[in-house]
Design a protein around this ligand. Sequence first.
Ligand SMILES: [Zn+2]
Length: 188
Amino acid sequence: MEDLIKYTCSVCGKEHEEWPALAYNAPQAYLSLSEREKEEIADLTDDFCVIRYEDQTDRFIRCTLTQKVTDHCEDLEYGFWVSLSEKSFNDYDENYHNENHETVYFGWMSNFLPEYKYAESIPTNVYTRSGNQRPEIVPHEDSDHPFVKDYYQGITKAEAERRINYMLNPDGTKNQQKDKTKSWWKRW
Ligand SMILES: [Zn+2]
């Protein structure tokens, strides 16, 4: 953890490390495409991704998710993608520069965490925020998935640090590559 920036925390007044946001630069559906498919059927920017399959088109936006940490003054921040309906995606796109656009969409979580097994995607609400910040994801509470249970119960500081180290460690990325063929994510 020695690469992390130290700062004086406004909550506890002590100096400690600032955790990095654990961000994905694309939805898993995009990461799983071949290089040729990425060029031919997909468009990816910092905040939008569209994949045009033969039979349908999937649309994704980049959001944030805040994982509560029970025994620390900082929560763990994630940068995740969700897939939206065409209507929601177009609404988000049209209001992308509108600073006062506050609404909620239904979205399917479109990245996975190596800590959990996925048989299918997790349903979420996606809250757009004023001031042009990225929308915040809140998983539906009635899901049985362990990720959702942890989201609502909180994780420990030790678990958060383990996740950070895993994401910052190149081997962690390699393990994710191995899982590329599992297409658990929801298609519209
Ligand atoms: Zn603190």
